[in-house]
Design a protein. Structure first.
Length: 121
């Protein structure tokens, strides 16, 4: 299982990676922004993506749109503080799989991952 965590905050990436490690997931790729994440996605077989919404260079919505051009099925979970209805609708229209609200707990992360693992295996 290859997981991609995308966030401009090194601390958020570290927490997510550490949490995923405690759940037994060691193949965790990290991206600082959508541009870096898109390159990682193109070069690796990624099973699940957790991405922040607000990032420099390419935000999470732009990343979502670009990945959906390549792969319509990979679960993409937006990790965000963005909760406005218009933003949620926009993400849903572009193929987002799910949301994880910041700040998240290890239990929240595990719950979202468990929900989508069955869709990829």
């Amino acid at each position: 299982m290859n997981i991609l965590v995308v966030d401009d905050s090194a601390m958020t990436r570290m927490v997510a990676k550490k949490t995923l490690g405690t759940l037994g997931y060691e193949n965790v790729f990290e991206g600082e922004d959508g541009v870096q994440a898109l390159e990682i996605f193109k070069q690796n077989s990624i099973d699940v993506i957790f991405t922040d919404w607000n990032m420099p260079n390419m935000n999470g919505l732009e990343l979502l749109i670009e990945i959906r051009k390549i792969n319509k099925d990979v679960p993409i979970i937006m990790i965000t503080t963005e909760g406005s209805r218009s933003k949620v609708v926009e993400a849903v229209q572009n193929g987002i799989s799910d949301y994880l609200v910041k700040p998240f707990t290890p239990a929240n992360l595990k719950e979202k991952l468990s929900k989508w693992i069955g869709a990829t295996v």
